[in-house]
Design a protein around this ligand. Sequence first.
Ligand SMILES: Nc1nc2c(ncn2[C@@H]2O[C@H](COP(=O)(O)OP(=O)(O)OP(=O)(O)O)[C@@H](O)[C@H]2O)c(=O)[nH]1
Ligand SMILES: [Mg+2]
Length: 296
Amino acid sequence: MSSRSGFVTFVGRPNVGKSTLTNALVGEKVAITSDKPQTTRKAIRGILNRPGGQLVIVDTPGIHKPRTLLGQRLNDLVEQVLGDVDAIGFLVPATEKVGPGDRRIAASLDGYGRAKKVAIVTKVDIASREEITERLMEVDALREDWDAVIPLSAVTDDQLDVLADELLKLMPKGPPLYPEGMVTDESLEDRIAEIIREAALDGVRDELPHSIAVTVEDIAAREDSDLTDVYANIVVERDSQKAIIIGRGGSRLKDVGARSRAGIEPLVGGRVFLSLRVRVAKEWQRDPKQLGRLGF
Ligand SMILES: Nc1nc2c(ncn2[C@@H]2O[C@H](COP(=O)(O)OP(=O)(O)OP(=O)(O)O)[C@@H](O)[C@H]2O)c(=O)[nH]1
Ligand SMILES: [Mg+2]
C-alpha cells in the first residue's frame, strides 16, 4: 500500500473541543485546553503516524466575532491555515444546537475549494442519543460536499480511529512530512509557555482568561546538578488582575507554579526550578506594539 500524508485542521467556534481532539489523535498533549473560549492562540502542529501514512494536524483558534485586535489576528490566522490544508474538520458539539456562528463557519468553507471537508459531531460522551441524532442531521444539512459526517468523543476516544482512517484516505499520496517519533514542531520555550498559561487559566473567570499571556525568558540547565532553571512571565492587562493571579500571600501563584512544574518536568526530562513573575502590560490585546512583543 502506498503511503499518504498531508495537513488537516479543525475549525469551529471557540470551546467546541478542537485542541482536545488534536491531542487525542496525536496521543500526547501538544495543545493546551480549557473550559474557557479562546484558549488556543496560534497554529500548533501535532503529528499522527498511522500504518497508511501521516496526518499533520494544525490546531487553530476558534472562529468568533472579534472584539479586540488580538481576536482579529486570531481569525486571520485561521483563514491563512485553511488556505493551506488538505482537509478541514468542522466541529460541532453534540450538546449544543447548531447556531448562527456554526452556520457562518460552515458556509465560509466555500472559500477553500481545494480542501476535503469532514463534519464532526463531538462530545458524544455527554450527549443523549436524541441530541446526537439531531446534531448529525443538522450538521449534514449545512453543506452538500461533506466527505464524511462522524460522531465522536475526544475524551473517551470513541470513534477516533474512524476519523483518523477517514482523514488519511483524503490525504494526497506521499511520504511522511515529519520524522517518525516527532509529535509536534513547537519549540520547548513555546510548549512551556503554554503549559504555564493553561495552569494560570484554571480557576480564573470573566475576562481575565483573555488577558493572560505567558513569555518564557530563559531556560538554563545547571552545571552542578540535574536542575533546569526556567524563568517566565505571566502577563496581564491590569494591576487588579495581577493581584488575582498572585492571590492572597502569593498562594495562587504558588499553586500555578507547582502545577506548571509538573507539566514542564516531563518535557525537560529532569527537575525544574520555575521562577514565575507577574507583569502588567496595559490593554495588550488592543495594542499592536504589545501584540508584536508577545508574538502575535
Ligand atoms: N465531555 C467532553 N468534553 C470535551 C470533549 N472535547 C472537548 N471537551 C471539553 O471542552 C472544553 C473545550 O475544549 P478545547 O479543546 O480547549 O476547545 P477548543 O475548541 O480548542 O477551544 P479554543 O481553543 O478556545 O477555540 C474543555 O473543557 C474540554 O475538556 C469531548 O469529546 N467530550
Ligand atoms: Mg483550542
